[in-house]
Structures are given as structure tokens and as C-alpha cells.
Design a protein around this ligand. Structure first.
Ligand code: CP
Ligand code: NVA
Length: 303
């Protein structure tokens, strides 16, 4: 199947996800071989939210493939405000060969994909962060080898990152458990859809409120308690999420040698302690590096 866009990992088969991960590994081993893959091609990067990793890795990745990136900051585009999503898409497609978009509303990313004839890549929406999950599972594969039968336990808010991990798990054969405080579960639709996908793949997607779910897991993952756009809830969330901090005591519940993952940015002292983030178990900077290789693989595949 030839994909037009990279919006959600649910749209890609297990074989296709494996293909993206293998291509990313090949690029990591011998980047020079792929130089020129995007020669003469331009990509627009629309960001409604801040970014360190996503912007840098897309810009560097596009450069390494010989293409041009055009960064459009939150102040510039005004998706749906200064100009409708449909009109932005129908302008951009006349000039560029692809669009990378980080938005608040998920409908803005799907709207761009609907209206633009060029590929659209989801660089994080309020619903999903597929580029992150792809990099995370490459990192897990590098450290754990065959992921089949292994389990990732995400501890924290049932947010965009949690949703994409739930979508990715069944594709790579890994079980995913999301442990969250009462009232902060992943979306019910996302849970139903990923559970069905997991059942078909012979894996599991589960949710829990008890930290007992961390017991014996192969990897522990966390993310900020208040995502971009939820700044006004940050103080209240700190109180609610405090028992779910990933610290040395919680890591002890995981299997000996279990990995620690975080998409970053980390609010050290909140969702994770320095002790865990800087421990030998932590692969957070490998994840950050792998954003580059996996996104280069996505662009190479789409364009
Ligand atoms: N993990 C991640 O997407 O980081 P940025 O928000 O810095 O891009
Ligand atoms: N859940 C976080 C992820 C940041 C990469 C957010 O949306 O802000």
C-alpha cells in the first residue's frame, strides 16, 4: 500500500512499521547512501506549539536527505484563524512537496491531509504523536531485541504520547499498559480501537490505576503531567499525579534491568526524578536521537 500521509500509526500495517524501523536503522548505519533522496524538494514545517526535538530533527533530517525545510512559527500561519486549514493546504501544495504539522486540534492535521495533494506528517497533535512512538520503538528494539512478548508500561497522563504508544504496540508485537490517575485515562475510542488491534495481533493494550501494573515490566515510560495547551491545569495536576512519579522505588517494581523512557521535555522532580532520568536504565537521549532516523525514514517513504 502506498501511503500519502503519516498521521497515525493505526493507518500502517505491522509490516510497514517494520519497514520504517528497518529503513531508519539502515540510515543510521550509512546515512551517506541516502544523500540526495530529497534533492530539489521543499517541505513546510507548520508549528502551532514550541519544539526542540521535532523541529531540529526534521530540519536536520531534511538537510541530510538533500531537501529544503521552511519553518513556519506559531506566529506566522494562524491555522483556522488567519486563514482556513483548507486554504493553507491549497497554497502550500503549489510550492512544497510535503507538509510537517504540529497542531493543537487533531482535525487541523487531518484537514491539511484532506486538502493538500502533497504528503502530510503529524508532528504532534493533541490526540497523537506518531513520530515519537516510532522513535521509541526503534530505541526499544535496539535495547531489548525482539519485542514480541515484552511489555512497556506507560505511567502518567493518558495523552497524545500514550495514545501513539498504544497504537504502535500491536504493530511491533509488544504489550502496552497505561497506568494513570483516576480521571486521566486514554480516550475511550482510542482504547477500544487499540484493544481490537492488539487482539488481532496477539498482543495486549491495558489500562490501570494501580501502580502494581508496573511490576515485572520490561520498560517504564512517562511524559509531562500537563501537555502543551494545558498550562493552566499544571498546578492541580501536580497534586493529582504526585503518587505516579517515576522514581527509584517505582523502577524497582519493574523487571531487573528494565529501561526508562521519556519523550522529553522532562519536568525533572515532577513526573521523573533526576536519579531515574540519569540512571543507566535511561534511554531518553537515544529516543531523542532516533527521532532523526525514524523521521528521515518516514520522509523517504512518503516522498
Ligand atoms: N518529544 C518531542 O516531541 O519534543 P519537542 O516538543 O521538543 O519537539
Ligand atoms: N504530551 C506532551 C508531549 C510533548 C512532546 C505534549 O503534548 O506537550
Amino acid at each position: 500500500m502506498r501511503h500519502e500521509d503519516f498521521i497515525s500509526l493505526a493507518d500502517w500495517t505491522a509490516g510497514e512499521v517494520d519497514g520504517l524501523l528497518s529503513l531508519a536503522t539502515a540510515m543510521k548505519k550509512d546515512g551517506a547512501k541516502f544523500r540526495g533522496a530529497l534533492a530539489g524538494k521543499s517541505l513546510a514545517l507548520i508549528f502551532e506549539k514550541p519544539s526542540l526535538r521535532t523541529r531540529t530533527t526534521f530540519e536536520v533530517g531534511i538537510y541530510r536527505l538533500g531537501g529544503q525545510s521552511i519553518y513556519l512559527s506559531p506566529a506566522e500561519v494562524g491555522l483556522g484563524k488567519r486563514e482556513s486549514v483548507a486554504d493553507v493546504a491549497r497554497n502550500l501544495e503549489r510550492w512544497v512537496h510535503g507538509i510537517v504539522a504540529r497542531t493543537f486540534a487533531h482535525a487541523s492535521v487531518t484537514g491539511l491531509a484532506k486538502w493538500a495533494k502533497v504528503p502530510v506528517v503529524n508532528a504532534l497533535s493533541d490526540l497523537l504523536h506518531p513520530c515519537q512512538a516510532l522513535a521509541d520503538f526503534l530505541t526499544l528494539r535496539e535495547h531489548l531485541g525482539d519485542l514480541r512478548g515484552k511489555r512497556l508500561c506507560y505511567v502518567g497522563d493518558g495523552n497524545n504520547v500514550a495514545h501513539s504508544l498504544m497504537e504502535a504496540g500491536p504493530k511491533v508485537g509488544m504489550d502496552v499498559t497505561v497506568v494513570h490517575p483516576e480521571g486521566f485515562a486514554p480516550s475511550a475510542e482510542m482504547l477500544a480501537a487499540t484493544r481490537a488491534a492488539a487482539k488481532a495481533a496477539g498482543t495486549k493494550v491495558e489500562v490501570a490505576t494501580s501502580l502494581d501494573a508496573v511490576n515485572g515490566t520490561d520498560a517504564v515510560y512517562t511524559d509531562v503531567w500537563a501537555s502543551m495547551g494545558q498550562e493552566s491545569e499544571a498546578e492541580e495536576r501536580k497534586r493529582i499525579f504526585a503518587p505516579y512519579q517515576v522514581n527509584a522505588a517505582l523502577m524497582k517494581r519493574a523487571r531487573p534491568g528494565a529501561l526508562f523512557l521519556h519523550c522529553l521535555p522532562a519536568h525533572r522532580g515532577d513526573e521523573v526524578t533526576d536519579e531515574v532520568a540519569d540512571s543507566p536504565a535511561s534511554v531518553i537521549f537515544d529516543e531523542a536521537e532516533n527521532r532523526l532516523w525514524t523521521q528521515m525514514a518516514v520522509l523517504h517513504t512518503l516522498l
